[in-house]
Design a protein around this ligand. Structure first.
Ligand SMILES: [Zn+2]
Length: 474
């Protein structure tokens, strides 16, 4: 008589052997510039005086036996189109991984260096002296080499892996930073315990995406992990000051390494956090410190650890990548605004709030004018692991309303959103927020409706890549 348990085991073992094998490797390379380099992040020039904690380019390479993809996360304010182009071509040259199979995103750390190809504001900040300009240029020119080095090392580390994914939750960490005031207007970062604040003007996205990459091991055993990919939406603008720091994603990485081993590379892709930050207006405590970044990273790590109880294996499946280029309309500007903007940028650098918004508008006008009517050409990229998990790259600081809509409509069980990915055009608010005004809509280089257009494109790509069961109707 046949032993049914043994029979099941044989059937399981045969099926597992017939499937393609996931192979992966991960690596990180320090990308901290020397002291003296201009910092990005704010509307005033400041040069770095040292390093609190290092900035990294982190790479994960994954292959299904046929296709290979690479993810790169950077502890930087943004990615740029030129950086993406040059890094992809250098990666392709060194590793053979097609540039189109590489997703590069920035964590949006506000205590990282200024980069070239960042529009008028970036150019001015690294141009206070010829020497600082040269530092920014040299740094930006060398970055693609460092990024390719991280990917090459990750590729060299490749070995068979077990993938598992989970969705966790982290409430009360990120807040919508736009609020309705008593007078009906919408405020941006209105300050702590402001009596005029009525309600947040939008939601947050408390979901924490987790993909854990480990060597094959008995399920009951904790083994040193290869990498953890974490997706959460919150502005990393906590540390401030004039020293380099990776902000809370750095702290998150250190906490995960405490549990998953010092070789575990934590890649953090920021979700749609255009209007989300860590400031709790109902909490009196000052929240712009190095210690605060540690607090945030620790809480986020705790939500990852909790989510690990619901990790489920990602079945071996086809790895697919698809990208499309989208032309987004420019925000409308009037010719007389250009003259005024030039004057404002030359003279209006004091830091009152009224002048701040004038300055924000001036940089927006000058960047839009420089396009001479050409639409903004951006990329949306989708990477899919079977039907289980998909990544969507989005080219700017995306409002959370758009991200939530995208996740709701995604046919995948779990969808990671990486903003500031493969280049950036700055803020991309949703249509309603354009109408409500204030900082981000004033700053946005693209016209209202651009965000919704990106969501449509992304959903279409996701639907194309979602694998239908063989017997399902098309
Ligand atoms: Zn931002």
């Amino acid at each position: 008589m046949r032993n049914s348990i043994g029979g099941l085991f044989v059937a399981w073992a045969t099926a597992a052997a017939a499937e393609p094998e996931w192979r992966a490797g991960a690596a990180q390379v320090v990308i901290t510039p020397p002291a003296g380099a201009p910092l990005a992040g704010y509307y005033h020039a400041r040069n770095a005086e040292g390093t609190l904690d290092d900035l990294y380019a982190k790479a994960l390479v994954l292959q299904d036996g046929t296709n290979t993809v690479a993810w790169v996360t950077l502890d930087l304010i943004t990615t740029t189109f030129s950086l993406t182009r040059e890094a992809r071509s250098e990666i392709e040259r060194r590793t053979g991984i097609p540039g189109s199979n590489v997703l590069i995103s920035a964590t949006h750390a506000h205590t990282g260096p200024e980069l070239t190809d960042r529009g008028r504001r970036g150019a001015l900040f690294s141009d206070t002296t010829t020497a600082t300009n040269a530092v920014t240029t040299a740094y930006s020119d060398h970055l693609p080499t460092l990024i390719a080095e991280a990917v090459a090392r990750a590729q060299a580390q490749q070995s068979p892996v077990h993938l598992s994914a989970a969705t966790g939750r982290c409430d009360q960490l990120a807040f919508n930073r736009r609020f309705y005031l008593q007078d009906g207007s919408v405020a941006w970062n209105p300050g702590k315990l402001n009596p005029n604040v009525m309600l947040p003007a939008g939601p947050t996205d408390p979901k924490v995406g987790l993909l854990l990459i480990e060597p094959p091991h008995p399920p009951a055993q904790l083994v040193p992990a290869v990498a953890a990919f974490v997706n959460f939406a919150m502005h990393p603008d906590t540390v401030g000051g004039t020293q380099f720091s990776a902000d809370f994603p750095g702290a998150l990485s250190r906490r995960l390494a405490d549990y998953h081993g010092t070789n575990c590379v934590t890649l953090f892709a920021n979700g749609t956090c255009g209007n989300l930050n860590h400031l709790d207006v109902n909490w009196v405590r000052q929240q712009s410190t190095r210690a605060e970044a540690e607090r945030l990273g620790t809480i986020l790590a705790a939500s990852v650890f909790l989510a690990e109880k619901s990790l489920r294996p990602v079945p071996r499946a086809r790895l697919q990548v698809r990208s499309t280029t989208v032309a987004l309309p420019l925000a409308p500007i009037a010719p007389e605004e250009v003259t005024e903007a030039r004057l404002t940028v030359r003279t209006g650098n004091d830091r009152t709030r009224e002048n701040f918004l004038k300055l924000v508008k001036a940089y927006q006008v000058l960047d839009v004018a420089a396009r001479e009517g050409r639409p903004l050409e951006v990329e949306v990229q989708v990477i899919a692991l079977g039907n289980e998990l998909a990544w969507v790259s989005l080219p700017g600081e995306i409002f959370v309303e758009l991200g939530l809509a995208l996740k709701r409509r995604s046919p995948f069980r779990q969808t990671f959103l990486a903003e500031l990915a493969n280049g950036s055009i700055g803020y991309i608010p949703d249509r309603r927020s354009y109408a409500e005004g204030n900082y981000e809509p004033i700053s946005a280089r693209c016209a209202a409706g651009s965000g919704e257009q990106l969501v449509e494109v992304a959903v279409k790509l996701l639907e194309e890549l979602a694998v239908r069961p063989a017997n399902a109707a098309p």
